[in-house]
Ligand binder design. Structure first.
Ligand code: ADP
Length: 670
């Protein structure tokens, strides 16, 4: 019997496993690296044990150290979560040798699915449909090319040992074959030390549909329906849902049975996922099998009402499956959105930093937030930048989608860049609402999804202006603590000052200089904040009010509500149809910085150093541009606050800099 489990993982999945174990009365042990000494999973576990330095290779991937910890603390079983050691056959074997239950499939099943080509041979024999292709041993160029010519272009070259999209190349025509093969092989050798290639027919508009399977050691197996994971960036999933929209019961059953056949072909035990490409004509093809719990398992839990971790723990101690196929039913619709610390507009570059604000939406029977971090935690360079999984459920897809949008609007994070507004734009887009799911969804709809790609909506400019002014007012009120203080008014703004001033914002890849003047009570008859805003030939009167993350504006007599969030000078305004991302363009740094403190030379946000423009120790005039940084696709000039010299630069051109980091040292002339 399992009385104590060690979770060989971190973050949200460690917390997730602990939750079920606790409910089952099982004691839990967390492991942690130097970087995670104070992490949520450590606090949630009954006991925890330090296993090494921050880099995963020196901690979460140290199989022997984890086994030693498990033995020392008399653990009965190890749950590997996903990633790290979860699909490492040698680790599973070591657990067994040490009389520790590995909560996962038998070593032989992990090994069988380890190579894409070996897995395909097994599946072919078992009669599971495969993407037409070549997965043979003869790796001569002529044989590989002939197979591509025979099946017809486009084809996809894949590394047999591959994963994470590495060693994969699309070949559109015969003439591209030779170069693509060379490139794929080089990448495969470099990444996996093995350049064995598969050639597959490239499906142009497939969906990624995967089946959750479960088997016990008594020969029983079931499938817990499917998940659609077509919305992917860099071949990685971002929004998943269950059931797959528009999938007929007939196809569902065919896929489910094919997946079970796949699992049974390798004597599978435990939770597994069989991934298929699903083509528009209704055909589906085996892609690979993941021999562990998937990140996106909560959507399956929502629609089936089952706890998959509980199933895993029970099956691992030899119990039979709690339900058979006919007892399993689906109810309603669930979505999962992966909240990442990353910058979608900068090629999804991971963002690091301290979570200054972390306010997830309220959890209830419709909303579940699986997370492994707390406000104040650091998103470090060492691990995956996933902050949380936001999971929602309702009776049908439309209702669930409304829940997802609402929950995304109510997710507030400050301190790192996040993909929240990007996820919002995906979920709010017409193609997503209309279930036009394909693995190329993001690429195909980029004009609707990325802040830098969307066409500007001029009517939103006065709303943005009101938001910037109100948020600045709120901020200065907080810092002076006195709402009646003249400093409580937005910087350089004074009540009753009627002359126009310019507010510059950057939105949809363009700069907008708005003319704004304050309207006083006498003019409007209102006591609320009111402004006249103009841009080119458009003019508006806007009044506004902020209550926490809610913004109410009255725009020329049309009262509207929005939610908003802010990170430094970047804002997101959530409207029903879209999230509007914009930046309050601040004056160049340094110019107004009269005191010669290092403050003026800090990076305005996470970004890249573009150019260093002066030579250290060379005297420069006040106002000279010292260096240029780029962040959020915008350039920022750092200028000399006075005549003096740069004594040293802390970064070189091309280097990444965290927001707030000191950039240079400047010495003012006497
Ligand atoms: P990896 O193991 O490197 O992640 P996979 O084989 O799982 O690679 O494929 C990842 C993604 O690549 C799939 O979800 C799908 O979007 C795309 N893909 C893979 N094979 C094909 C194919 N034959 N045709 C079209 N797209 C494919």
């Amino acid at each position: 019997m399992i009385k104590k489990i060690l979770i060989a993982n971190r973050g949200e999945i460690a917390c997730r496993v602990i939750k079920t174990a606790r409910r089952m009365g099982i004691a839990t042990v967390a492991v942690y690296s130097d970087a995670d000494a104070n992490a949520l999973h450590v606090h949630k576990a009954d006991e925890s044990i330090h296993i090494g330095a921050a880099p995963s290779k020196e901690s979460y991937l140290m199989a022997d150290r984890i086994i030693d910890a498990a033995k020392k603390l008399n653990v009965d079983a190890i749950h590997p979560g996903y990633g790290f050691l979860s699909e490492n056959a040698a680790f599973a074997e070591k657990c067994k040798q040490n009389d520790i239950i590995f909560i996962g499939p038998p070593t032989s099943a992990i090994e069988a699915m380890g190579s894409k080509s070996a897995a395909k041979h097994i599946m072919e024999k078992a009669g599971v449909p495969l993407v037409p292709g070549y997965h043979g041993n003869d790796q001569s160029e002529s044989v590989l090319k002939k197979s591509a010519d025979d099946m017809g272009y486009p084809v996809l070259l894949k590394a047999a040992a591959g994963g994470g999209g590495k060693g994969m190349r699309l070949v559109n025509s015969e003439s591209e074959f030779k170069d693509a093969l060379g490139a794929a092989k080089r990448e495969a050798s470099a990444s996996f030390g093995d350049d064995t290639m598969l050639v597959e027919k490239y499906l142009t508009q497939p969906r990624h549909v995967e089946i959750q399977v479960f088997c016990d050691e008594h020969g029983n197996g079931v499938y817990l329906f499917e998940r659609d994971c077509s919305v992917q960036r860099r071949h990685q999933k971002v929004i998943e849902e269950a059931p797959a929209p528009g999938l007929s019961d007939d196809i569902r059953q065919q896929m489910g049975e094919a997946a079970l056949k796949a699992a049974q072909a390798i004597n599978y035990v435990g939770a597994g996922t069989v991934e298929f490409l699903y083509d528009k004509d209704g055909s589906f093809y085996f892609m690979e099998m993941n021999t562990r719990l998937q990140v996106e398992h909560p959507v399956t839990e929502y629609i089936t009402g089952e706890d998959l971790v509980e199933w895993q723990i029970n099956v691992a101690q030899g119990h039979t499956l709690p339900k058979n196929q006919t007892e399993l039913t689906m109810h309603g619709h669930a979505f999962e959105a992966r909240i990442y610390a990353e910058d979608p507009d900068n090629d999804f570059l991971p963002s690091t930093g301290r979570l200054k604000l972390l306010q997830p939406p309220q959890e209830d029977k419709h909303v579940r937030v699986d997370t492994g971090v707390l406000e104040g935690d650091e998103v470090s360079v060492y691990y995956d930048p996933m902050i949380a999984k936001l999971v929602v459920w309702d009776e049908d897809r439309d209702k669930a989608l409304q829940r997802l949008l609402k929950a995304l609007r109510e997710y507030y994070i400050d301190g790192v860049a996040t993909n929240i507004e990007f996820l919002y734009n995906v979920a709010a887009s017409q193609p997503f609402r209309k279930q036009e799911l394909v693995t190329t969804f993001i690429e195909k709809n980029k004009h609707l999804l990325f802040a830098k790609e969307v066409a500007p909506d001029i009517e939103k400019l006065p709303v943005m202006a009101a938001l910037m002014l109100l948020s600045e007012q709120q901020r200065s009120r907080k810092s002076t603590g006195d709402p009646t203080s003249p400093w409580s008014l937005p910087t350089s703004w004074r009540a009753n000052e009627l002359h126009e001033q310019t507010l510059t914002l950057h939105y949809a890849g363009k700069e907008f200089a708005l003319k704004v003047s304050v309207l006083n009570d006498r003019q409007t008859g209102l006591t609320t904040n009111a402004w006249k805003v103009s841009y080119e030939t458009s003019r508006w009167v806007v009044t506004g009010e902020l209550v926490e993350h809610g913004l109410t504006v009255n725009l020329d007599g049309h009262r509207q509500r929005f939610t908003w969030s802010q990170q430094d000078n970047q804002f997101v305004l959530f409207a029903a149809d879209e999230a509007y991302h914009f930046t309050h363009q601040l004056p160049d740094l340094g110019v107004e910085d009269d005191n010669n403190s290092a403050q003026g030379f800090n990076a305005p946000m996470n970004g890249t150093v573009v150019e260093l423009l002066v030579t250290p120790n060379e005297t420069v005039e006040k106002g000279t541009t010292l260096m240029v940084m780029e962040a959020m696709k915008m350039e920022h000039s750092i200028k000399a606050p006075a005549t003096g010299k740069v004594t040293s630069f802390f970064y070189r051109a091309g280097e990444l800099v965290d927001g707030g980091a000191p950039l240079l040292e400047f010495e003012e002339d006497e």
